[in-house]
Write a protein that binds this ligand. Structure first.
Ligand SMILES: [Zn+2]
Length: 190
């Protein structure tokens, strides 16, 4: 898996880039939580369910169907999220699906069961630059630190770039439209 610090970052970065008019804070926050939810499947180990099982780690909760179902849940609760059902569906689905995408870019463990329940095949991306994170008990080891360094290089920095670019674009766009407003008023004056 990717660490729990890193999973919400692409969602946060895209949310900051798009801004609160498109993504109300509650919707953004829900997206952050749903980007973490698929890893609740580690509880399966406690019940003796094997990693490779459809209900094991990176199984059904990492599938595209699960992401879509979380989107439906978001659409049903869209009033709480201060947006319409379509926007809630799209954002929550994207946030949940982003989890499996990051896991599929790691260099270890089993792949992600994107197509469950139609197929139990586990998938990886063709390019897997992120070092897989150890589970909690091995997190504060050299391997855990190496995984964090790898995530910083391949996820944190690109996310920072995305968030800053979006913020800058929105800032310049807002400035440009403020400047053009008085000019158009002048043009309309008698
Ligand atoms: Zn995961």
């Amino acid at each position: 898996m990717t660490t729990l610090i890193t999973h919400p970052l692409p969602v946060l970065a895209l949310g900051l880039a798009l801004g609160p008019r498109l993504l109300p804070p509650r919707l953004l926050l829900a997206g952050l939580l749903f980007s973490l939810l698929p890893d609740a499947d580690v509880l399966a180990f406690r019940f003796g369910i094997a990693y490779a099982d459809a209900f094991g780690h990176r199984g059904f909760s990492h599938s595209l169907l699960f992401a879509g179902l979380t989107g439906v849940l978001g659409a049903l609760g869209c009033r709480l999220l201060h947006c319409g059902p379509l926007r809630a569906f799209c954002w929550i689905t994207l946030a949940s699906a982003s989890h499996g995408l990051l896991d599929a870019a790691t260099d270890g463990g089993l792949g992600v069961a994107w197509l469950w329940p139609w197929s139990e095949q586990r998938f990886f991306l063709p390019w897997r630059p992120i070092e897989v994170s150890p589970f909690v008990q091995g997190f504060f080891t050299q391997r855990g630190l190496d995984a964090l360094a790898s995530e910083a290089r391949w996820v944190w920095l690109p996310c920072l770039g995305l968030a800053l670019s979006g913020l800058a674009l929105r800032h310049f766009h807002a400035r440009a439209s403020r400047r053009s407003r008085p000019a158009s008023r002048r043009a309309n004056a008698p």
